[in-house]
Design a protein around this ligand. Structure first.
Ligand code: GLC
Length: 528
């Protein structure tokens, strides 16, 4: 661990588990807590400090668990509350902190509150927990669902309700003190069971402009349902709850915001501890652009004394081995570039270099399950297998996020690659034997071995994790920085082989050197 005690989270490496696709302990084709517990040694063996789990609550699964029907229990196909408690204990005994997802912007339409609101009818206090508006021929405004189509749907009596995501995910009304009280209690419920923190889903979205103005003509930074000033009061309350526990409990926010300074406001000392760096994830793999993002990230975080985070992939974005194998290596929700020509060998080489970059920048770092195996995006899922509402709500125009959520390959020569049951909830490709944990564990040059070595070094080297960075002189297309007098990282994205700076030892390289020089799309950690 890079730091111990109260500031462990400042430089933590955090492994993201998408439970449904991690490992299946009961053979039904869906990942679960039994599978997760069986494979905890894989996560501990990587050398990470913490696990973040995507939602594990009971859910009708309209949006893969992000439609929660009960915030105080476990999805039955994943296991039981008692098993979740055992999992927390086992993770802790392996030295791993546990962060769970909380989804406060919306719940499931099968949540008791929404069912009661529908039954209670217009004008009832139950409807005040959501954003209901009177029956009318047209929706109350022009807001669009982030999954496509209008953000308003009707209940049988004709009233409209707001859902920024799927219709099965009604938005909660955070003006209502009952909603606020409920989530304060939910936080305590899980903190009392030992969880070390929460990842806050759509953290910028909770507060809406109650006048519900149209968004037509507004830019991204002016949306009346994102980054409203009132949201900060909620996180100040939450922070007081976290701080009331003797050992540190932390929050990480999910905010896709266009403005770094507005973003940093969430990380003031009395609000959230950290947040995902999506500018870094979205950035093309080009030295000048990366350097600009790294600099602006560090500047914005320094304003509030918060540690930065570094993220290459997650369960919503195209896997970066695939992105980096394309002509355009950026990520954008607006165009996933599905089917763009992809050189996976190049993408893998670049992903290895990007791993050494992200694991040596100052702050915390996230590793999305499968990233340590170098899994590519699965782009050829049959339409009938796709489950993401993004696919159905856009009539297939957007392939959605299933391609990065395919169940992990653990061993064996063919599907299900020791995942568990025969028919996995999303089909796995036929050529994944090369990516299994077993195969890569036996190959010293694999992506898995690279992540293990890098994450372990990150723990051992005092200069990695939280701290500062100094840029070193380098040629065009090369990033070179020191973390202290003894550690240097060089990332060569120039297209040509370059000389290494002075050093005493090569700690780790993402690929083979060429006569002691650093080839293109290769990164290296040096000590001196
Ligand atoms: C977040 C999650 C995503 C989910 C959405 C709605 O962006 O990461 O998976 O669909 O929120 O809850």
């Amino acid at each position: 661990m890079t730091e111990s005690g109260s500031a462990w989270w400042r430089g933590a490496s955090i492994y993201q588990v998408y439970v449904r696709s991690f490992a299946d302990g009961n053979g039904d084709g869906t990942g679960d807590l039994t599978g997760l517990r069986q494979h905890l040694p894989h996560i501990a063996g990587l050398g990470v400090d913490a696990i973040w789990l995507c939602p594990w609550y009971p859910s009708p699964n309209a949006d893969s668990g992000y439609d929660v029907s009960d915030y105080r229990d476990i999805e039955p196909s994943f296991g039981t509350l008692a098993e979740a408690e055992k999992f927390i204990e086992e993770a802790h005994s392996l030295g791993l902190k546990v962060i769970i997802d909380i989804v406060p912007n919306h719940c499931s339409d099968q949540h008791r509150w929404f069912k009661e609101a529908v039954a209670a009818g217009p004008g009832s206090p139950q409807r005040e927990l959501f954003w209901f508006r009177p029956a009318s021929p047209e929706p109350p405004n022009d807001w669009q669902s982030r999954f496509g189509g209008s953000a308003w749907s009707r209940v049988p009596d004709g009233e409209w309700y707001l859902h920024l995501y799927a219709p099965e995910q009604p938005d909660l009304n955070w003006e209502n003190p009952v909603v606020r009280q409920e989530f304060r209690e939910v936080l305590r419920f899980w903190f009392d069971r030992g969880v070390d923190g929460f990842r806050i889903d759509v953290a910028d979205g909770l507060v809406k402009d109650g006048a519900l103005p149209d968004v037509h003509g507004r830019t991204e930074g002016q949306l009346p349902f994102s980054d409203m000033d009132g949201v900060h009061e909620i996180y100040r309350e939450w922070r007081r709850i976290a701080d009331s526990y003797p050992d540190p409990r932390v929050f990480v926010g999910e905010m896709w915001l266009p403005d770094q300074e507005r973003f940093a406001r969430y990380l003031r000392p009395d609000e959230l501890h950290s947040a995902f760096n999506f500018d870094f994830l979205s950035c093309p793999l080009e030295a000048d652009k990366l350097r600009a993002v790294i600099d602006s990230t560090l500047e914005a975080h320094a304003l509030v004394g918060a540690p930065a985070t570094w993220v290459l992939s997650n369960h919503d974005t195209t896997r970066h081995v695939t992105r980096y194998g394309r002509a355009d290596t950026s990520f954008s929700f607006a165009d996933r570039q599905q089917g763009a020509p992809t050189d996976l060998e190049l993408g893998t080489r670049r992903a290895r270099a990007a791993a050494l970059l992200s694991l040596s920048l100052p702050g915390g770092v996230y590793v999305y399950q499968g990233e340590e195996l170098g899994l590519p995006e699965v782009e050829d899922l049959p339409d009938e297998a796709r489950q993401d509402p993004v696919f159905s709500r856009t009539n297939g125009a957007d392939p959605g996020r299933d391609g990065c959520r395919v169940p992990l390959p653990w061993g064996g020569e063919s599907a299900p690659y020791d995942f568990g049951g025969g028919d996995t909830w999303l089909p796995q490709p036929g050529d994944w034997a090369q990516y299994t944990v077993a195969a890569e564990g036996a190959d010293d040059n694999s992506m898995l071995r690279l992540y293990q070595k890098a994450l372990r070094l990150r723990r051992e080297l005092p200069s990695l994790g939280d701290g500062t960075l100094t840029w070193l002189p380098s040629s065009d297309g090369v990033l070179a920085f020191a973390r202290d007098d003894h550690f240097t990282c060089v990332v060569n994205l120039s297209g040509a082989t370059v000389d290494l700076p002075e050093h005493t030892e090569i700690l780790l390289a993402s690929g083979p050197l060429a006569d002691g020089r650093l080839p293109a799309d290769t990164a290296i950690w040096l000590s001196h």
